[in-house]
Design a protein around this ligand. Structure first.
Ligand code: HSE
Length: 414
């Protein structure tokens, strides 16, 4: 029998315990060992839990128990998860996690400790919730050069945008629903400001390109400024607004990487990924496009991936599976200002006719989007491809001439 510990008893942690206990027999068959939860670490009291006897508030109980071979870290956040994970790996225990913040910020270091100690550090649940994506990239698609990865990587924001698009629900009401359903982070700012998706695309990029791409190198914009008006103009244009994490390999060896709201044509493979679902498109040079789809957040989908990592760790207690990337630095990433794409701009002016003529002075390929019920003085248009830097300058000029730019959203060719 293999003893394991689960650190954290929140949404994901309680799901991990539930799945391990409810599927005890089938998991034992697959792992070829019975798996027993010896400890559950949490600072809170759970006197009514059927697993009350397993709870501890003392991390040292887990660290100093040589019987514990695998630890699931499902606490979230960097501290104390980082210190606990590092201590477990140094003590020769394998660690599995759903903690994308920790993997995205400390992955290179923790993977290197795991390698040194000949144990495993697995994080299938850190990206895409229940969707298998880390192993497919690391193993099944390993023969490819990764040309591009683009995905809807945050269930909460996709849920909110879907409610805005389909039900004209307000941002605030949709966020409340997502929190009640257990999708959102403890601090939902991480979801709505794009930080969660940023960590996930940073993990996928590091895995694909073999060097740590840190979250602070990823240009990140969330969905808090997206309005129902933007959604309506995008609809007239023929598309939907989605929060997309994207990384592309450039010819000079660097990458272009960002998280931002993008307008996707309704024909895009990602346009119909709705509600809490995530969709991840991996473009390999040999495979072409491979698309992964499933529930990207929630208790049991995420627990499913954590438990699969526990099983894999138990099956590989004496061997390290190859999952690794080197440390990286800012030279890997092209400055975002150099990125080129068409945009949709929503603007306001008291004199709409003259504002529209000014727009064509500063942007090429201007096409107005006409909405039947648009507000007085408000208009929207699309442009041809323009660099972020040139678009910044054009917007500044437009504003100097008295036109107020209300929003600027990337149009994607995905
Ligand atoms: N808050 C995250 C999301 C949870 O909404 O996608 C899963 O990582």
């Amino acid at each position: 029998m293999i003893q394991v510990a689960v650190m954290g008893h929140g949404v994901v942690g309680s799901g991990v315990v539930e799945v391990l206990e409810n599927h005890r027999d089938s998991i034992a068959k697959r792992a070829k060992e019975e798996i027993n939860i010896k400890y559950i670490l949490d600072i809170r009291e759970f006197p009514d839990s059927p697993y009350a006897s397993k709870f501890t508030k003392n991390f040292d109980d887990i660290l100093n128990d040589e019987e514990v071979k695998v630890v699931a870290e499902v606490m979230g956040g960097v501290h104390p998860a980082y210190d606990f994970t590092k201590a477990c790996l140094l003590a020769g225990k394998s660690v599995v996690t759903s903690n994308k913040e920790l993997v995205a910020t400390k992955g290179a270091e923790l993977l290197s400790i795991a390698r040194e100690k000949n144990v495993n550090y697995f994080f299938e649940a850190s990206v895409g919730g229940g969707i298998p994506i880390i192993r497919p990239i690391n193993q099944c698609l390993a023969a490819n050069e990764f040309v591009e990865i683009a995905g809807i990587l945050n269930g909460t924001t996709n849920f909110i945008l879907t409610k805005m698009i389909k039900d004209s629900m307000s941002f605030e009401d949709a966020l409340k629903m997502a929190q009640q359903l257990g999708y959102a982070e403890r601090n939902p700012e991480a979801d709505v400001e794009g930080h969660d998706a940023c960590r996930k695309i940073a993990i996928l990029a590091s895995l694909c390109y073999g060097k740590h791409i840190y979250p602070e190198l990823v240009h990140t914009n969330g969905i808090t400024k997206i309005t129902l008006d933007d959604v309506a103009y995008a609809d007239v244009w023929g598309g939907v607004i989605k929060l997309i994490g994207q990384v592309m390999r450039l010819e000079d060896g660097r990458v272009e990487i960002s998280v931002e709201p993008m307008i996707l044509s309704r024909d895009s493979q990602l346009a119909n990924v709705d509600d809490v679902f995530n969709g991840i498109l991996v473009r390999g040079d040999a495979t072409g496009d491979v698309v992964f789809y499933g529930k990207g957040a929630g208790k049991l989908p995420t627990a499913s991936a954590v438990v699969a990592d526990i099983i894999d760790s138990v099956k590989h207690l004496k061997t390290r599976k190859y999952l690794y990337w080197d440390d990286g630095d800012a030279s890997l990433v092209r400055p975002y200002e150099e990125t080129v794409y068409p945009v949709m701009i929503r603007a306001a002016s008291d004199d709409k006719a003259s504002a529209l003529s000014k727009v064509s002075e500063y942007f090429d390929g201007v096409k107005q989007i006409v909405r039947a019920d648009e507000s007085e003085g408000v208009f929207a248009f699309t442009t041809s491809e323009i660099s972020v830097k040139d678009a910044d300058n054009a917007v500044a000029e437009l504003e100097k001439s008295g036109v107020k730019v209300l929003s600027r959203i990337r149009i994607s060719d995905l």
